[in-house]
Every structure is written in C-alpha cells, then in structure tokens.
Design a protein around this ligand. Structure first.
Ligand code: NAD
Ligand code: UDP
Length: 349
C-alpha cells in the first residue's frame, strides 16, 4: 500500500521539489502550507509534472500554529511520516523580528509534534541547516562538530534539533532524522518549479538570477579578502533535486528498527567560491553579471562545506549534480519565469 506522507511547507522552494519526487516515487502526499512565503501555483505545477501521480497530492492552506485545523487533517488521514519544511528562513529578518521567528518556527513545530504524537505518527524528517556549524574552524563539517547559532533563525534550528532529541529520549517510539542542508540552488530541469523569493533575495543564486533577467543591476560581492582561492566566500552548493532525493532516502531510513534521533548532512562535499559560481552561471546563461565589490557581510563564515560520508554510508544517498547542472537548471527556470510564479505587476521589489 502506498505510504501517506504529510509535508509541511510543501509549497515552498525545497518542499515543492521534494513533493514532486515523493509523488514520482509512488507516495501519497498531503501538503500543509500557509503560503506565507510561497504560491499555490507551485502546487499546481507539481501536480502537472507528476502526471498520473498528480492525483495523489492534496493541499491545505493551513498555518501550523492552527492546531484545530492540523488535528482535522490528521483525523482524516493516517500518516506514515511527516517531512517538516515549514518555517521562516531569512537571517536578517530574524535579527530584526526574533519573536516572529520563535513564534512561527518553534510554536509551529511544537504544535505539529503534539498533534503527531496524539495521532500516533512518530516518524519525522526535519529541515535543519548548516548554519548550526556557525564559523567552522576546519572543513569539511562532520555531524559531530560543535554547534552554535549566529542569529535567531539559526537558534530556531538548534532548538528544534534539541527538542527532537528530547522527545526521542522521552519516548523511543519516535524516529527522527534531522537533515542539515548546505546551500540548495538550481531548479527542476523542466523549468516549471524553482525558487521564488519575496522581496530582495538574501541568498547568492536567487540574486544572481535576478541580475541575469535584468530585475537588478549588479551583484554585490560580500568580501574579497577571505583566505580562499579568489578571496570570496566558499560554500557547498547542492542541486535542489539532489536535496529532494535526500529526503526520500531519509524516509526509507526511518523504517530501520535501529534509528532513533539521527542527524545527516546533505551537501556535495565540494566548496565553490562566489566568483566561481558567478562564472558558472554566466557560462550557463550567456549573460554577463556585473559585480560590485563590497565589504564582508556581518556574521558570514569564510569556508563551509560538508562531510558527506555519513549520508553516503547510512542513507545510501549521494549528490549527482555539479555546479554546471545547478546553473543550467537555475537559468532554465529563470528565463522561463523571470518573475517567478508572479508577474511584473505582482512583484514590486
Ligand atoms: P521556503 O520559504 O520556500 O519554504 C518554506 C515554506 O513554509 C513556505 O512555503 C512558507 O509559506 C511555509 N511556512 C512558513 N511558516 C509556516 C507556518 N507557520 N505554517 C505553515 N506553513 C508555513 O523555504 P525553503 O528554502 O524551501 O526552506 C525549507 C526549509 O529548509 C526551511 O525550514 C528552511 O529553514 C530550511 N533550510 C533552507 C535552506 C535554504 O537555503 N533554502 C537552507 C537550510 C535549511
Ligand atoms: N553573497 C554575496 N552577495 C550576495 C549574497 C551572498 O557575495 O548578494 C555571498 C555570501 O557572502 C557567501 C555566499 O555568497 O559567501 C553564499 O551566501 P548565501 O547567503 O547564499 O548563503 P550562506 O552564507 O547563508 O551560506
């Protein structure tokens, strides 16, 4: 029998790609999303891309903090597992509005865990982040590295990781996988779903993409005096479809008897500088990206990339795509949808 998976935040960037992979993998999928940072057009496109499997997708526009609405969804379907993406993720905004982040991310997660527990669904995959490694002293980052949080957003990830470990300790029926994502980029190769941030993008590649389609004049490079290959910051960029597949691998792992509360990095294990990424994007798009060199962004780490050994060994998962494919697919999405899921009129920023 097909498994039922609840995906919170499934209309968002990583969620929509994961929902598509779930459907294509034969899972029945229910998405809960308040559309705070997304559009239901992504859900419609996922349905179309999934073809005959599209009928296995249902969507509820619900906020996780609305417990009665969540209760209703759980009373209608018996879920085998939950993949929990829903949360706010803008670092700068989290510094300005910490309570908004603690309320949305922590209270939302606690409500979800309570309803799951009440309905006997104790299998969870949670979206954590490489941000919990802070400013690593050495690379690659292994899952055993000391953790820290540089801002309220990062603290919500750390707290939720701890909460998950605590509930597993209190009740060994819980099986929980914490996935620490490195830097997701790219889009589905069809070009029909991709990242569509509201306002000025905080992350590198959405910004580059908006420069390429002439929505912004130039990319500001934050720091060219780092101790790296060309002075610019180094990160581990991972294709969003690889990342989505990592969730399917994690779901499979949840059926291991031995799993308790386990953490895995999802990255490629390779570091790429800002200038290397820009150059790969220019090659893929044929567009020149004008650059403005600026000082370091406060709080930024110099070099961050993942150790991928644990995920390879225990999840049987490994990334397949390199930065050429990431840039090719990101450009395909951008050129087909220069205003994301909106239009020039709906996108005023
Ligand atoms: P996203 O904003 O595109 O998706 C998150 C979704 O959650 C959105 O559709 C939003 O509307 C929904 N949401 C937020 N709060 C909600 C609530 N209270 N109730 C219901 N829905 C709610 O972000 P994404 O890039 O797809 O990230 C998904 C998850 O992965 C997040 O938890 C994020 O912190 C984490 N993550 C993202 C990155 C990244 O660079 N994109 C890196 C590491 C971790
Ligand atoms: N970056 C940049 N200009 C931008 C956005 C990001 O130079 O407009 C740099 C940033 O300093 C870092 C890298 O690109 O070295 C990745 O930044 P992003 O915010 O995407 O990811 P994070 O720093 O959270 O890993």
């Amino acid at each position: 029998m097909a498994k039922n998976i609840l995906v919170t935040g499934g209309a968002g960037y990583i969620g929509s790609h994961t929902v598509l992979q779930l459907l294509l993998g034969g899972y029945r999928t229910v998405v809960v999303d308040n559309l705070d940072n997304s559009s239901d057009i992504s859900i419609k496109r996922v349905k179309e891309l999934a073809g005959e499997f599209g009928n296995n997708l249902s969507f509820y526009q619900v906020d996780l903090r609305d417990k009665p609405a969540l209760e209703k969804i759980f009373s209608e379907t018996k879920f085998d597992a939950v993949i929990h993406f829903a949360g706010l993720k803008a670092v700068g905004e989290s510094v300005e509005k910490p309570l908004l982040y603690y309320d949305n991310n922590l209270i939302g997660t606690i409500a979800l865990l309570e309803v799951m527990s009440a309905h006997g669904c104790k299998n969870l995959v949670f979206s954590s982040s490489a941000t919990v490694y802070g400013w690593p002293k050495v690379v690659p980052c292994t899952e055993e590295f000391p953790l820290c949080a540089a801002n309220p957003y990062g603290r919500t990830k750390l707290f939720i990781e701890e909460i998950c470990c605590d509930i597993h300790r209190s009740d060994s029926e819980w099986k929980i996988i914490l996935l620490r994502y490195f830097n997701p980029v790219g889009a589905h190769p069809s070009g029909h779903i991709g990242e569509d941030p509201r306002g000025i993008p905080n992350n590198l590649m959405p910004f580059v993409q908006q420069v390429a389609v002439a929505r912004r004049p130039a990319l500001t490079v934050f720091g060219n005096d780092y101790n790296t290959v060309d002075g610019t910051g180094v990160r581990d960029y991972i294709h969003v479809v690889d990342l989505a597949d990592g969730h399917i691998a994690a779901l499979r792992k949840l059926s291991d008897r031995s799993i308790g509360c386990e953490v895995y990095n999802l990255g490629t294990g390779k570091g790429t500088s800002v200038l290397e990424m820009v150059s790969a994007f220019e090659k893929a798009s044929g567009k020149k990206i004008p650059l403005v060199m600026a000082g370091r962004r406060p709080g930024d780490a110099e070099i961050v990339y993942a150790s991928t050994e644990k995920a390879e060994r225990e999840l049987n998962w490994k990334s397949k795509y390199g930065i050429e494919e990431m840039c090719r697919d990101q450009w395909n999405w951008a050129s087909k949808n220069p205003y994301g899921y909106g239009s020039p009129e709906t996108n005023h920023s």
